[in-house]
Design a protein around this ligand. Structure first.
Ligand code: NAD
Ligand code: UDP
Length: 339
């Protein structure tokens, strides 16, 4: 059992990971500025786990606050989710993304070094493979040039962490490259709750289903894929959360910096998401085809063999589970965590 600091632990993936950590016997300290999340998520995590966690409201760019956390709690390892993640917004306000995601991560790593806590799991993204590579992506591929500023921040932080681990063998760092996280905990108590108009496909679909949006726009129908719409590797957020616990446990016994893809390895088209959602949940999703969205790649999916071989991780939830669980969350919480 270890005591884990979870930055961004109140967010979508963070809250599911906190629950898995508590369920596997770890202690959890969440550090989050709540800029894109709600404390209610953490209350529900504690109710589901029937165990308490510690919460500190703070910003990862606040050195003093971080030092205080490492002083107050005997932290064994850190899982670092905190950051901004809206691709479109990152093109409009790049400096906010560089500050939160790059400078924020730097602050955290410096505070860890001062506190002599050297185990870290970082939320990276498949976007680091950029345009250079062809799917399925595997970890030995060179990093590409991400198509947007958000992806750029992930690439920079990965490189920064690799160099840090190279310089000091005390470090043990996991880079988890997520593909497309969707779904929610089976209870429907926690889930994805984007602010404003969702950028991502899945919350848009569930908001159409619940009547908050009139129809889905499918961006592009002339891609070189089977049905002409983009293909992505959708991964259930609970499978993803479990990968964090396994990566963390791996890091407690290894040194160096290692990347793992976390995806199912199965490309699923945008149209298939809509059609399968309708079939699984018995709800029609009105839609129209719209022009391609800038920066989208046609097909994007993982080779997750390394995660299976080294972490003993593989995705267990089906596409049907993902779509049923996303809908269960949205149906039970039409306005997310807002009353
Ligand atoms: P999220 O927005 O739900 O969670 C991020 C959390 O970090 C939020 O609770 C937010 O309040 C907090 N936060 C942001 N900036 C902070 C700061 N400066 N200090 C303290 N807290 C801060 O997002 P998510 O979907 O749970 O994503 C978690 C991580 O995974 C992010 O780093 C994201 O870039 C990465 N990721 C997400 C996806 C995805 O599709 N959801 C894919 C790949 C990678
Ligand atoms: N997409 C769409 N309509 C939407 C949102 C997304 O057609 O309202 C498509 C998008 O063009 C991409 C896929 O769904 O091909 C997944 O997009 P998302 O933003 O969820 O994740 P990404 O793969 O870009 O990280």
């Amino acid at each position: 059992m270890a005591k884990i600091l979870v930055t961004g632990g109140a967010g979508y993936i963070g809250s599911h990971t906190c629950l898995e950590l508590l369920n596997t016997g770890h202690e959890v300290v969440v550090f989050d500025n709540l800029c894109n999340s709600s404390k209610i998520a953490l209350e529900r995590v504690q109710a589901l786990a029937q165990k308490p966690l510690n919460f500190i409201q703070g910003d990862i760019r606040d050195m003093q606050a971080l030092d205080q956390v490492f002083h107050d709690y005997k932290i064994d390892a850190v899982i670092h989710f905190a950051g901004l993640k809206a691709v479109g917004e990152s093109q409009k306000i790049p400096l906010a993304y560089f500050d939160n995601n790059i400078a924020g991560s730097l602050c955290l790593v410096q505070a860890m070094e001062r506190a002599e806590v050297f185990q870290l799991v970082f939320s990276s993204s498949a976007t680091v493979y950029g345009e250079l590579n062809q799917a399925p992506y595997h970890e030995e591929m060179p990093l590409g040039m991400p198509t947007n500023n958000y992806g750029y921040t992930k690439m920079v932080v990965e490189q920064l962490l690799e160099k840090t681990a190279l310089a000091n063998p005390a470090w043990s760092i996991a880079l988890l490259r997520y593909f497309n996280p969707v779904g929610a905990h089976k209870s429907g108590e926690i889930g994805e709750d984007p602010q404003g108009i969702p950028n991502n496909l899945m919350p848009f679909v569930t908001q159409v289903a619940v009547g908050r949006r009139s129809k889905l726009a499918i961006f592009g129908q002339d891609y070189p894929t089977l049905d002409g719409t983009c293909e992505r590797d959708f991964i259930h957020v609970v499978d993803l959360a479990k990968a964090h616990v396994l990566a963390l446990e791996n890091r407690l016994n290894h040194t160096g910096c290692r990347a793992w893809n976390i995806g199912t390895g199965k490309p699923i088209s945008v149209l298939a998401i809509k059609n399968t959602f309708e079939r699984v949940n018995g709800i029609e999703i009105p839609f129209e085809f719209a022009p391609r969205r800038t920066g989208d790649l046609a097909s994007f999916y993982a080779d997750s063999t390394r995660a299976y071989q080294e972490l003993n991780w593989k995705a267990e939830y089906s596409l049907e589970d993902m779509l049923a669980d996303s809908w269960n969350w949205q149906r039970k919480n039409p306005n997310g965590f807002n009353p």
